[in-house]
Design a protein around this ligand. Structure first.
Ligand code: URA
Length: 198
């Protein structure tokens, strides 16, 4: 059993917050264990809670299309959420829930070792771009240590608003080039300004 599978086993028994009492399934995340790109959404919705898999509802269909636009399938990347269990009635995650779930995401990042983390929605944005707003930072990359952090609108928001839909599509199209640039740069020269960052 891989370390990531073991971690997911551990996550599936988590009882650290109230969400454990109402969930149908835990949704740890899925994808390639050594994925270069890790997408991080907000929390499971109804479909995800039923299936125990991230982004399998309408927003997930759109995410699949976006991935296909850059020649990727879900299995080529890793998809996870800030929260591993569904908040009842899809309410917003509470600060205490985010805090108690944080260690799981930390360990996933450590084990997967992505080159790029793509935030989807405001809760993952808050973690990787503290104090920023999505309107300002979407489509721009920022280096944190060795990892490129990149913010995109949440696919669910973009599903219903044509202008956001165009933004998210064009933000997705920038990913291959950002990744390629990062790989070409020698470690010592990987400075934020060289990756068209802030
Ligand atoms: N929205 C999310 O943020 N995550 C999911 O897994 C599904 C919908």
């Amino acid at each position: 059993m891989s370390a990531l599978t073991e971690l997911h086993e551990e996550i599936s028994h988590c009882q650290e917050c109230e969400l454990a009492r109402h969930r149908t399934r835990v949704v740890p995340g899925e994808g390639a264990e050594n994925a270069a790109i890790l997408f991080i959404g907000e929390a499971p919705g109804w479909h995800e809670d039923q299936q125990g898999r991230p982004f399998v509802g309408p927003a997930g269909q759109f995410l699949n299309e976006l991935l296909a636009s850059i020649g990727l399938r879900r299995e080529d990347v890793y998809i996870a959420n800030v929260l591993k269990c569904r908040p009842l009635a899809n309410r917003d995650p509470l600060p205490a829930e985010i805090q108690s779930c944080r260690k799981w995401l930390d360990r996933q990042i450590e084990l997967i070792g992505p080159k790029m983390i793509v935030t989807l929605g405001r809760y993952s944005l808050a973690r990787f771009f503290p104090g920023e707003t999505i309107g300002r930072v979407h489509g721009k990359a920022r280096k944190q240590g060795d990892v490129i952090c990149y913010a995109m609108y949440h696919p669910a928001a973009a599903l219903h608003q044509q202008s956001l839909r165009e933004s998210i599509k064009s933000d997705m199209l920038k990913i291959p080039q950002l990744l390629a640039q990062a790989e070409k740069l020698p470690e010592a020269e990987r400075q934020p300004q060289q990756l068209s960052m802030f």
